[in-house]
Design a protein around this ligand. Sequence first.
Ligand SMILES: [Zn+2]
Length: 205
Amino acid sequence: MPESAEEVYARVVATVGEGGRLPMPQVETWDVFPWEVVDGALVPRVLRPPEEQEPARVGAGGRDCFNCAGDGSAIRVWENDRWKVTHPAKPGGLPLVLWLASKEHLDFPDMDDALAAEYGRISTRLCRIVERLPHIGRVHVCRWGDGSEHLHVWFIARTARLTQIMGSMAVEWEQMLPPVPEEVWRADIRTVAAKLANHDGWALV
Ligand SMILES: [Zn+2]
């Protein structure tokens, strides 16, 4: 079962002490980080002029696609004939991060009506299953698609009642919070895979 807010908080206090700050991620080095510190104040970055074209995405056109190749960065926990659910190699700071991806190399808008309907059913079930785990406040369902072309959707669970860890900023906390204990994380992944397989497909863990 996922940790309660009190358990997460206790782990943070054990890591940095009461009132302590978690280590700063290197956000200021990120090209997409929208703010910077100037004269001691946090201010918006100056918007650069447009590029000539969009940057190439990883796996563009199905070439050198790590998602098709299975490079170990996404580990399969459930599948049916057309879809797979994977998790990162290691736990992060939030209770669960899972990806739902097509087996075929497609971009999100490439789904035909049948595949889109199946995507809708599986994504709803996956969101429902994870949100009904104890101590989960919400599952954010996100398709960014700016990094890798291969159709993949993020399912990002946040802990209930930690009210700073809300909305899109939950993704930034994921990188700051100390990682969830591996045995808790793996047990929750097994639970989700088994519950998904009650509807369709096969649990692989
Ligand atoms: Zn691919």
